[in-house]
Ligand binder design. Structure first.
Ligand SMILES: NC(=O)c1ccc[n+]([C@@H]2O[C@H](COP(=O)([O-])OP(=O)(O)OC[C@H]3O[C@@H](n4cnc5c(N)ncnc54)[C@H](O)[C@@H]3O)[C@@H](O)[C@H]2O)c1
Length: 723
């Protein structure tokens, strides 16, 4: 049943007279009337409206009625790309080919037309919006415009309305390849200034009249140089241009394009090798885009566009695209909001108990986000001062990255203070503890704070594994306790798990959520259950991996078994990052609290004792390699077990284990919605967006049915067409 309702983009056409250009048809893209806050997007009817209006203007130009055509938008959006909500509806996705044909026909027609076209980017032009702008001979942008680029490969599809084929003719091969393949992996879109530097826009202009002046000057200059080239014996056919956008085979431009596809990434891996690796992990979009770029030299434009259309049509139906679009929608909805959380209390002064690794980083973020005095308290004067210096260093680094001006940075650094006297925390509306992970210490810190603070002041814990309820049990006012579980490194990690106990009152929870919002981080709520969301699921994975090692499996085989999942790090490197003592402790706690589904690993305890690492970084290898010491520690007599699961068998165990655990968490109301699990895993543990976090993959791989006896999303992801 169709579930998608299109918000049809309007195109308002108006003629204006320009001294140099003559009659100019100005086509303005706008959202539907009364929905001015929505961006103008491209669904099946909208693309007909947009291409229809441009075609009509071209007809008029050919009939001699127009001297030029100008395209622009309204508000802060030129034209957003394809309406993503369309892809969740299979019947709408069926119409992609038809939409692509309309866009491609126009990309070909404009290149044969004599009427010059301007695209004036008054604001964002992502994806399909930029591809419409690529129809123009000249692009201008307002200086404050942001959001210009081609994010498609990050959404499991590719720029299919001419972008993959045509961008290189405007910005050259290196920038085009970077924009299509690399920028989406970092969620990077260009500002107007960056687009100017990349050659994507020709000039900056405050408004349409100024843009038309720039346009007229550029058109005149190009006409002059075309004359000059003709006079000097013909245009250089080897250089891609507006009318002939593809490089000839064997030209220097073709070679430059192929070089760009084989260029190394900062990791040392080439772009081609990276795209192949991503494809093996279930994300084929970059590899398909790379193939299309590879085939451009020597092609006819219509053939290249036909290949683009076929690749887009195939990708739109792939599991990777379905899951990526699910992730994108979830990330958009979960984004820190613009309005304060209802019922939150005012925070005018904040305390932090502890001045160690986490405390100093969190103190800095609290000062940056809340812009109120933040005072850290540790037991030792030296540690307190070191923590203060570390927190101020975070502010200095934020300023150095250009996110803060010097005056604001100085003012915020002065909001930070440190002490050893708990009485100095009096008057704080909220105190967050980041003292050692020992229940007795946390309880004594909260008890001590109750004697100093007003009864309504929040007591917040950053514990990663202890029971928040147990921490609050002996307090006079347990309703003011809430967990805010930050991840390390705090400045970079976008997730905070917000933990409520049965006693936590609404104002406390609302205030906790508001603090996270003010820090511009994503909040995911969890009940007070062992490991909360991210650590519980990560340790379910690591438990299976360690159990296999304990059973004598080959460590190198174990380490690569989860590759198809697409995690940012292999499991043994992750264990090194988490720290063996912490992992050993948490593993044991989870077995105690949740049972034998988790694993307390004798081998890991031995690794802690011997103080050795699982992996070692070697020169020239992209991934750290497994240290030979692991086999010695886990199977000292050299006897491996043929029964120990590796490869697909281990991956299946991990996936079924995750499905089982997530179902248990949903049934016990640890998390409210399955989307919260995926959001937490993407943001807190780097799970891949093209797997939708994890639950779409559990559904499409069959692990949800075999591990949990059900799917998590009905049949939305059940009928996969690829891996
Ligand atoms: N390290 C991580 O990656 C990480 C990530 C998320 C959460 N956490 C949690 O954050 C908390 C702190 O971890 P950390 O790594 O920052 O530890 P840390 O050892 O670096 O810091 C703890 C600090 O608390 C101080 N302290 C001890 N007793 C105190 C008291 N009574 N009053 C005030 N200060 C006291 C210590 O002197 C020390 O400076 C733990 O609960 C941990 O589980 C850590």
């Amino acid at each position: 049943m169709p579930t998608y309702t299109e918000h049809v983009t309007r195109v308002i056409t108006e003629d204006i007279e320009h001294a140099a250009l003559g009659t100019v048809a100005v086509l303005t893209f706008a959202p539907p009337e009364g929905q001015e806050r929505r961006p103008a997007t491209l669904g099946p009817q909208s693309i007909q409206a947009v291409t229809g209006a441009i075609n009509a203007a071209l007809d008029r130009a050919e009939a001699g009625e127009l001297g030029a055509i100008a395209l622009t938008g309204t508000g802060k959006v030129f034209l957003a790309g394809a309406d993503l909500s369309m892809f969740a509806d299979p019947s709408a996705a069926e119409r992609v080919e038809e939409m692509t044909r309309a866009a491609h026909d126009l990309q070909v027609r404009v290149r044969a037309s004599a009427a010059p076209i301007l695209a004036h980017l008054n604001g964002a032009a992502p994806g399909g919006g930029l591809e419409v702008a690529l129809m123009a001979d000249v692009r201008t942008a307002v200086p404050g415009a942001r959001g210009i680029g081609l994010p498609e490969t990050g959404l499991g599809i590719l720029p299919g309305w001419g972008g993959t084929t045509l961008l290189q003719s405007v910005v050259g091969p290196e920038v085009a390849v970077r924009m299509i393949l690399e920028d989406p992996t970092r969620d990077r879109l260009l500002s107007a200034q960056q687009a100017l530097e990349a050659g994507l826009v020709d000039a900056l202009a405050e408004d349409l009249p100024a843009a038309l002046e720039e346009f007229a000057a550029i058109v005149a200059a190009r006409a002059d140089s075309a004359e000059a080239v003709r006079a000097a014996d013909g245009a250089d056919a080897a250089v891609p241009s507006y009318a002939r956008p593809l490089p000839p085979a064997d030209s220097p431009e073709a070679e430059a394009l192929h070089d760009a596809l084989d260029a190394p990434l900062p990791t040392g891996e080439t772009r081609r090798a990276w795209a192949a690796r991503m494809e093996a992990q279930g994300a084929p979009a970059a590899a398909r885009a790379l193939e299309l770029l590879q085939q451009l030299p020597g092609s006819e434009l219509t053939d290249a566009l036909a290949r683009e259309s076929a690749a887009l049509g195939q990708l739109v139906r792939s599991d990777g695209a379905k899951a990526s679009l699910y992730s994108a929608e979830m990330l958009r909805r979960g984004k820190p909001g613009r309005t304060p959380v209802e019922g939150a209390r005012e925070i005018t002064r904040v305390g932090v108990a502890g001045a160690g690794l986490m405390a100093a980083q969190i103190a800095a973020q609290l000062a940056l986000g809340l812009q109120v005095p933040v005072i850290m308290r540790d037991l030792d004067q030296g540690i307190a001062q070191k923590g203060l210096a570390a927190a101020r260093e975070v502010i200095a680094q934020t300023a150095a990255r250009g996110s803060l001006d010097e005056t604001t940075a100085t003012r915020i650094a002065e909001l930070l203070d440190a002490t050893t006297d708990v009485a100095d925390l009096a008057g704080c509306d909220l105190v967050l503890e980041a003292v050692p992970e020992v229940l007795a210490i946390k309880k004594s810190v909260f008890g001590e704070l109750e004697g100093v603070l007003d009864p309504e002041a929040l007591l917040v814990t950053n514990t990663s594994s202890l029971s928040v309820s147990a921490m609050a049990a002996d307090l006079q006012h347990p309703q003011r306790v809430v967990g805010l579980h930050f991840f390390n490194p705090v400045a970079k990690m976008p997730l905070v798990e917000v933990i409520h106990t049965d006693a936590t009152d609404e104002a406390t929870l609302a205030t906790g959520l508001e603090v996270v919002r003010r820090l511009r981080k994503f909040a995911v709520r969890s009940a007070d259950a062992p490991g909360f969301i991210v650590n519980r699921l990560l340790f379910r994975v690591l438990g299976e991996v360690l159990a296999s090692l304990d059973a004598g499996a080959d460590p190198v085989e174990v380490n690569t078994s989860l590759d198809p999942l697409g995690l940012p790090m292999r499991p043994l490197a992750l264990l090194d990052l988490v720290g063996h003592a912490v992992a050993d402790h948490v593993g044991k706690v989870l077995v105690q609290e949740l049972g034998d589904r988790f694993h307390a690993s004798p081998g890991l305890s031995a690794m802690v004792e011997r103080k050795v690492r699982f992996t070692e970084s070697r020169r020239g290898s992209v991934q750290p390699e497994v240290s030979p010491v692991v086999a010695e520690v886990f199977a000292p007599d050299g006897t491996g077990s043929a029964q120990a699961p590796v490869g697909e068998a281990l991956l299946d165990r991990v996936l079924e284990g995750l499905a089982e655990e997530i179902a248990l968490m949903l049934d016990a109301d640890v998390v409210e919605r399955v989307e919260d699990v995926d959001l937490a895993l993407i943001l807190g543990a780097g799970f891949p967006r093209h797997r939708g976090g994890i639950t779409p993959y559990l559904d499409s791989s069959g692990a949800a049915l075999s591990g949990a006896g059900r799917t998590f999303h009905g049949n939305r992801f059940a009928s996969g067409t690829d891996s």
